[in-house]
Design a protein. Structure first.
Length: 323
Protein backbone atom coordinates (compact mmCIF):
# COMPACT_ATOMS: atom_id res chain seq x y z
CA UNK A 1 0.00 0.00 0.00
CA UNK A 2 1.24 3.48 -0.88
CA UNK A 3 1.92 5.30 2.42
CA UNK A 4 1.11 8.84 1.19
CA UNK A 5 -2.10 10.36 2.55
CA UNK A 6 -4.00 13.43 1.43
CA UNK A 7 -6.15 15.07 4.15
CA UNK A 8 -8.95 17.45 3.14
CA UNK A 9 -10.79 19.72 5.58
CA UNK A 10 -13.70 21.99 4.55
CA UNK A 11 -16.12 21.76 7.48
CA UNK A 12 -16.31 25.48 8.25
CA UNK A 13 -14.33 28.47 6.99
CA UNK A 14 -10.90 26.98 6.27
CA UNK A 15 -10.11 25.25 2.98
CA UNK A 16 -7.27 22.91 3.93
CA UNK A 17 -5.21 20.17 2.27
CA UNK A 18 -2.24 18.31 3.73
CA UNK A 19 0.08 15.53 2.59
CA UNK A 20 1.31 13.05 5.21
CA UNK A 21 3.61 10.06 5.01
CA UNK A 22 2.79 7.14 7.31
CA UNK A 23 6.08 5.46 8.10
CA UNK A 24 4.29 2.83 10.17
CA UNK A 25 5.34 4.16 13.55
CA UNK A 26 6.04 7.75 12.75
CA UNK A 27 3.74 10.01 10.76
CA UNK A 28 5.46 12.79 8.87
CA UNK A 29 3.71 15.97 7.68
CA UNK A 30 5.06 16.74 4.19
CA UNK A 31 2.80 19.77 3.69
CA UNK A 32 -0.11 21.42 5.49
CA UNK A 33 -1.73 24.21 3.43
CA UNK A 34 -4.72 26.34 4.14
CA UNK A 35 -6.81 29.15 2.78
CA UNK A 36 -8.53 31.00 5.63
CA UNK A 37 -11.81 32.68 4.66
CA UNK A 38 -11.79 34.97 7.69
CA UNK A 39 -11.60 38.14 5.62
CA UNK A 40 -14.68 37.11 3.64
CA UNK A 41 -16.78 36.59 6.78
CA UNK A 42 -15.38 39.35 9.01
CA UNK A 43 -17.79 42.03 7.79
CA UNK A 44 -20.74 39.83 8.75
CA UNK A 45 -19.49 39.16 12.29
CA UNK A 46 -19.51 35.39 11.77
CA UNK A 47 -19.35 32.63 9.18
CA UNK A 48 -21.93 32.99 6.37
CA UNK A 49 -22.62 29.40 5.14
CA UNK A 50 -23.30 30.34 1.48
CA UNK A 51 -20.11 32.42 1.25
CA UNK A 52 -18.16 29.61 2.89
CA UNK A 53 -19.20 26.91 0.42
CA UNK A 54 -18.55 29.22 -2.54
CA UNK A 55 -15.05 30.03 -1.27
CA UNK A 56 -14.30 26.32 -0.70
CA UNK A 57 -15.28 25.64 -4.33
CA UNK A 58 -12.96 28.39 -5.56
CA UNK A 59 -10.00 27.52 -3.35
CA UNK A 60 -9.89 23.76 -3.04
CA UNK A 61 -7.93 23.17 -6.26
CA UNK A 62 -5.33 25.93 -5.62
CA UNK A 63 -4.86 24.72 -2.03
CA UNK A 64 -4.43 21.11 -3.22
CA UNK A 65 -1.88 22.25 -5.84
CA UNK A 66 0.07 24.12 -3.18
CA UNK A 67 0.01 21.09 -0.85
CA UNK A 68 1.33 18.80 -3.60
CA UNK A 69 4.00 21.30 -4.56
CA UNK A 70 5.22 21.79 -1.00
CA UNK A 71 5.27 18.03 -0.44
CA UNK A 72 7.17 17.66 -3.74
CA UNK A 73 4.82 14.99 -5.07
CA UNK A 74 2.47 14.59 -8.03
CA UNK A 75 -1.22 13.94 -7.62
CA UNK A 76 -0.68 10.32 -8.81
CA UNK A 77 1.61 9.73 -5.81
CA UNK A 78 -1.30 9.96 -3.37
CA UNK A 79 -2.10 6.53 -1.92
CA UNK A 80 -5.36 7.34 -0.15
CA UNK A 81 -7.52 10.30 0.83
CA UNK A 82 -9.16 11.29 4.13
CA UNK A 83 -11.83 13.99 4.23
CA UNK A 84 -14.05 15.55 6.87
CA UNK A 85 -17.42 13.82 6.82
CA UNK A 86 -19.03 15.63 9.80
CA UNK A 87 -19.81 17.68 11.84
CA UNK A 88 -19.83 21.04 10.08
CA UNK A 89 -21.73 23.31 7.71
CA UNK A 90 -23.54 21.10 5.19
CA UNK A 91 -22.66 23.12 2.07
CA UNK A 92 -19.01 23.40 3.13
CA UNK A 93 -18.72 19.70 3.98
CA UNK A 94 -20.25 18.72 0.64
CA UNK A 95 -17.53 20.55 -1.29
CA UNK A 96 -14.78 18.54 0.45
CA UNK A 97 -16.71 15.25 0.38
CA UNK A 98 -17.47 15.44 -3.33
CA UNK A 99 -14.01 16.68 -4.23
CA UNK A 100 -12.33 13.87 -2.24
CA UNK A 101 -14.60 11.16 -3.65
CA UNK A 102 -14.22 12.43 -7.23
CA UNK A 103 -10.44 12.63 -6.95
CA UNK A 104 -10.20 9.17 -5.36
CA UNK A 105 -12.33 7.69 -8.13
CA UNK A 106 -10.23 9.38 -10.77
CA UNK A 107 -7.00 8.09 -9.20
CA UNK A 108 -8.44 4.65 -8.46
CA UNK A 109 -7.64 4.87 -4.74
CA UNK A 110 -9.64 4.59 -1.51
CA UNK A 111 -11.03 7.52 0.44
CA UNK A 112 -12.25 7.68 4.02
CA UNK A 113 -14.71 10.08 5.66
CA UNK A 114 -13.61 11.02 9.19
CA UNK A 115 -15.11 12.89 12.12
CA UNK A 116 -13.79 16.44 12.52
CA UNK A 117 -13.48 16.02 16.31
CA UNK A 118 -11.45 12.82 15.87
CA UNK A 119 -9.24 15.02 13.73
CA UNK A 120 -8.69 17.51 16.55
CA UNK A 121 -7.83 14.68 18.96
CA UNK A 122 -5.38 13.14 16.47
CA UNK A 123 -3.72 16.52 15.85
CA UNK A 124 -2.24 16.14 19.35
CA UNK A 125 -1.03 12.62 18.60
CA UNK A 126 0.93 13.84 15.58
CA UNK A 127 3.52 15.23 17.98
CA UNK A 128 3.46 12.56 20.61
CA UNK A 129 4.98 9.12 20.96
CA UNK A 130 2.86 6.54 19.18
CA UNK A 131 2.92 4.39 22.33
CA UNK A 132 0.28 6.82 23.62
CA UNK A 133 -2.15 4.98 21.38
CA UNK A 134 -1.91 1.97 23.65
CA UNK A 135 -2.83 4.11 26.66
CA UNK A 136 -6.13 5.35 27.98
CA UNK A 137 -6.81 8.92 26.86
CA UNK A 138 -9.06 11.72 28.03
CA UNK A 139 -9.47 14.61 25.57
CA UNK A 140 -10.70 18.15 26.08
CA UNK A 141 -11.83 19.40 22.67
CA UNK A 142 -12.24 23.17 22.71
CA UNK A 143 -13.13 24.89 19.46
CA UNK A 144 -15.50 27.45 18.00
CA UNK A 145 -18.31 24.91 17.80
CA UNK A 146 -17.47 22.35 20.50
CA UNK A 147 -16.43 22.02 24.10
CA UNK A 148 -16.34 18.36 25.10
CA UNK A 149 -14.54 16.06 27.48
CA UNK A 150 -14.18 12.68 25.82
CA UNK A 151 -13.02 9.28 27.07
CA UNK A 152 -11.29 8.59 23.77
CA UNK A 153 -10.87 4.81 23.89
CA UNK A 154 -14.43 4.17 25.07
CA UNK A 155 -15.89 6.85 22.75
CA UNK A 156 -17.85 8.33 25.67
CA UNK A 157 -18.52 12.04 26.20
CA UNK A 158 -18.24 12.69 29.95
CA UNK A 159 -18.98 16.41 29.78
CA UNK A 160 -19.92 19.07 27.28
CA UNK A 161 -21.14 22.62 27.09
CA UNK A 162 -24.78 23.25 27.81
CA UNK A 163 -24.78 26.41 25.70
CA UNK A 164 -21.84 28.25 24.08
CA UNK A 165 -18.55 26.57 23.18
CA UNK A 166 -15.32 27.98 24.68
CA UNK A 167 -14.35 29.46 21.29
CA UNK A 168 -17.77 31.11 21.09
CA UNK A 169 -17.18 32.59 24.56
CA UNK A 170 -13.99 34.19 23.23
CA UNK A 171 -15.62 35.27 19.94
CA UNK A 172 -18.89 36.65 21.36
CA UNK A 173 -17.17 38.44 24.25
CA UNK A 174 -14.65 39.83 21.77
CA UNK A 175 -17.47 41.17 19.62
CA UNK A 176 -18.92 42.96 22.66
CA UNK A 177 -15.46 44.42 23.34
CA UNK A 178 -15.22 45.60 19.71
CA UNK A 179 -12.38 43.22 18.78
CA UNK A 180 -13.89 41.87 15.55
CA UNK A 181 -14.39 38.27 14.48
CA UNK A 182 -13.06 35.75 15.39
CA UNK A 183 -11.65 37.27 18.56
CA UNK A 184 -9.86 34.39 20.31
CA UNK A 185 -6.39 35.17 18.99
CA UNK A 186 -6.86 38.95 19.45
CA UNK A 187 -7.95 38.51 23.08
CA UNK A 188 -5.01 36.21 23.72
CA UNK A 189 -2.57 38.77 22.24
CA UNK A 190 -3.99 41.67 24.28
CA UNK A 191 -4.17 39.54 27.46
CA UNK A 192 -0.39 39.08 27.46
CA UNK A 193 -0.03 42.68 28.68
CA UNK A 194 -2.96 42.58 31.07
CA UNK A 195 -3.67 41.74 34.72
CA UNK A 196 -5.62 38.47 34.98
CA UNK A 197 -6.88 39.47 38.44
CA UNK A 198 -8.24 42.85 37.30
CA UNK A 199 -11.85 41.66 37.36
CA UNK A 200 -13.37 38.36 38.50
CA UNK A 201 -15.64 37.13 35.70
CA UNK A 202 -18.01 34.25 36.63
CA UNK A 203 -17.03 30.56 36.48
CA UNK A 204 -20.21 28.57 35.85
CA UNK A 205 -20.92 24.98 37.04
CA UNK A 206 -17.65 24.94 38.93
CA UNK A 207 -18.47 22.15 41.41
CA UNK A 208 -15.93 19.32 41.32
CA UNK A 209 -18.34 16.60 40.20
CA UNK A 210 -19.82 18.34 37.18
CA UNK A 211 -17.95 17.98 33.91
CA UNK A 212 -20.45 20.02 31.89
CA UNK A 213 -19.59 23.57 30.88
CA UNK A 214 -21.64 26.75 30.48
CA UNK A 215 -20.26 29.91 28.90
CA UNK A 216 -23.35 31.92 27.94
CA UNK A 217 -23.41 33.63 31.36
CA UNK A 218 -19.83 34.77 30.88
CA UNK A 219 -20.72 36.56 27.64
CA UNK A 220 -23.66 38.26 29.43
CA UNK A 221 -21.36 39.22 32.31
CA UNK A 222 -18.95 40.85 29.82
CA UNK A 223 -21.85 42.76 28.24
CA UNK A 224 -23.08 44.01 31.64
CA UNK A 225 -19.55 44.96 32.66
CA UNK A 226 -19.01 46.95 29.45
CA UNK A 227 -22.37 48.70 29.83
CA UNK A 228 -21.67 49.54 33.49
CA UNK A 229 -18.10 50.81 33.00
CA UNK A 230 -18.53 52.70 29.73
CA UNK A 231 -16.52 52.87 26.50
CA UNK A 232 -13.63 55.01 27.76
CA UNK A 233 -12.90 52.76 30.74
CA UNK A 234 -13.09 49.63 28.61
CA UNK A 235 -10.69 51.04 26.01
CA UNK A 236 -8.25 52.12 28.67
CA UNK A 237 -8.28 48.72 30.42
CA UNK A 238 -8.74 46.46 27.37
CA UNK A 239 -5.65 44.33 28.12
CA UNK A 240 -6.72 43.78 31.75
CA UNK A 241 -10.29 42.90 30.72
CA UNK A 242 -9.02 40.44 28.11
CA UNK A 243 -6.64 38.84 30.61
CA UNK A 244 -9.45 38.50 33.19
CA UNK A 245 -11.86 37.04 30.63
CA UNK A 246 -9.23 34.62 29.34
CA UNK A 247 -8.43 33.57 32.91
CA UNK A 248 -12.11 32.74 33.63
CA UNK A 249 -12.23 30.48 30.56
CA UNK A 250 -8.83 28.86 31.17
CA UNK A 251 -9.66 28.29 34.84
CA UNK A 252 -12.90 26.39 34.16
CA UNK A 253 -11.46 24.37 31.25
CA UNK A 254 -8.35 23.23 33.11
CA UNK A 255 -10.13 22.49 36.38
CA UNK A 256 -12.78 20.30 34.78
CA UNK A 257 -10.39 18.49 32.43
CA UNK A 258 -8.02 17.58 35.27
CA UNK A 259 -10.88 16.56 37.59
CA UNK A 260 -12.43 14.39 34.87
CA UNK A 261 -9.13 12.63 34.12
CA UNK A 262 -8.59 11.98 37.83
CA UNK A 263 -12.14 10.74 38.38
CA UNK A 264 -11.79 8.25 35.51
CA UNK A 265 -8.26 7.23 36.52
CA UNK A 266 -6.70 8.41 33.25
CA UNK A 267 -3.13 9.67 33.10
CA UNK A 268 -2.97 11.01 29.53
CA UNK A 269 -4.87 14.22 28.94
CA UNK A 270 -5.18 15.67 25.44
CA UNK A 271 -5.96 19.36 24.93
CA UNK A 272 -7.02 20.15 21.36
CA UNK A 273 -9.17 22.35 19.10
CA UNK A 274 -8.79 26.01 18.12
CA UNK A 275 -8.87 27.29 21.72
CA UNK A 276 -5.92 25.03 22.60
CA UNK A 277 -3.80 27.60 20.73
CA UNK A 278 -4.42 29.92 23.69
CA UNK A 279 -1.22 30.29 25.73
CA UNK A 280 -2.98 30.70 29.09
CA UNK A 281 -5.25 27.68 28.54
CA UNK A 282 -2.12 25.63 27.74
CA UNK A 283 -0.19 27.10 30.69
CA UNK A 284 -2.88 26.49 33.31
CA UNK A 285 -3.63 23.01 31.93
CA UNK A 286 0.07 22.13 32.08
CA UNK A 287 0.38 23.49 35.62
CA UNK A 288 -2.65 21.60 36.94
CA UNK A 289 -1.87 18.43 35.00
CA UNK A 290 1.65 18.36 36.45
CA UNK A 291 0.35 18.95 39.98
CA UNK A 292 -1.94 15.94 39.58
CA UNK A 293 0.62 13.66 37.94
CA UNK A 294 -1.06 13.76 34.51
CA UNK A 295 0.68 13.68 31.15
CA UNK A 296 -0.62 16.60 29.03
CA UNK A 297 -0.50 16.21 25.23
CA UNK A 298 -1.15 19.31 23.07
CA UNK A 299 -0.97 19.82 19.31
CA UNK A 300 1.78 22.13 18.06
CA UNK A 301 0.31 25.67 17.67
CA UNK A 302 -0.19 25.42 13.88
CA UNK A 303 -2.20 22.21 14.32
CA UNK A 304 -4.65 23.60 16.92
CA UNK A 305 -7.03 25.31 14.51
CA UNK A 306 -8.66 23.44 11.61
CA UNK A 307 -6.21 21.86 9.14
CA UNK A 308 -5.85 18.99 6.69
CA UNK A 309 -3.10 17.15 8.58
CA UNK A 310 -5.41 16.36 11.49
CA UNK A 311 -7.98 14.88 9.09
CA UNK A 312 -5.44 12.52 7.54
CA UNK A 313 -4.20 11.71 11.06
CA UNK A 314 -7.74 10.72 12.09
CA UNK A 315 -7.74 8.11 9.33
CA UNK A 316 -4.23 6.89 10.14
CA UNK A 317 -4.38 6.58 13.95
CA UNK A 318 -6.47 3.76 15.38
CA UNK A 319 -8.28 5.92 17.93
CA UNK A 320 -11.71 7.34 17.34
CA UNK A 321 -13.83 9.72 19.38
CA UNK A 322 -17.60 9.54 19.37
CA UNK A 323 -19.02 10.42 15.93
O1 LIG B 1 -10.95 24.41 15.81
P1 LIG B 1 -11.25 25.70 15.13
O2 LIG B 1 -10.24 26.23 14.14
O3 LIG B 1 -12.62 25.65 14.36
C1 LIG B 1 -13.73 24.94 14.86
O4 LIG B 1 -13.76 23.70 14.66
O5 LIG B 1 -14.55 25.62 15.49
O6 LIG B 1 -11.49 26.75 16.30
C2 LIG B 1 -11.79 28.10 16.06
C3 LIG B 1 -11.95 28.79 17.40
C4 LIG B 1 -12.50 30.22 17.29
O7 LIG B 1 -13.55 30.38 18.20
C5 LIG B 1 -11.27 31.06 17.67
O8 LIG B 1 -11.60 32.30 18.27
C6 LIG B 1 -10.57 30.15 18.65
O9 LIG B 1 -10.71 28.86 18.10
N1 LIG B 1 -9.15 30.49 18.82
C7 LIG B 1 -8.62 30.95 19.97
C8 LIG B 1 -7.26 31.22 19.72
N2 LIG B 1 -7.00 30.89 18.42
C9 LIG B 1 -8.17 30.45 17.88
N3 LIG B 1 -9.18 31.16 21.18
C10 LIG B 1 -8.40 31.64 22.16
N4 LIG B 1 -7.09 31.92 21.99
C11 LIG B 1 -6.47 31.71 20.81
N5 LIG B 1 -5.17 31.99 20.67
ZN1 LIG C 1 -12.36 22.45 14.38
Amino acid sequence: MNNIWLGIETSCDDTACAVLRDNGGFVEILSNCLYSQIDEHKAWGGVVPELASRAHLEKIVPVLRQALEEAKINVEDIGQIAYTQSPGLMGSLLVGINFARGLAKDLGIKCYGVNHLDGHICSALLNSQLSTLNSQLMALIVSGGHTELVLVNEKVIVGKTRDDAAGEAFDKSGKILGLGYPAGAAISKLAKNGDKNFHEFPRALSDANSFDFSFSGLKTAVLRYVQAKGEEFVKEHMADICASLQEAIADVLSLKAVNAAKKHGIENLILCGGVSANYRVRELMAERAAKNGLNLICPSPELCTDNGAMIAAAAIFPVKAKA
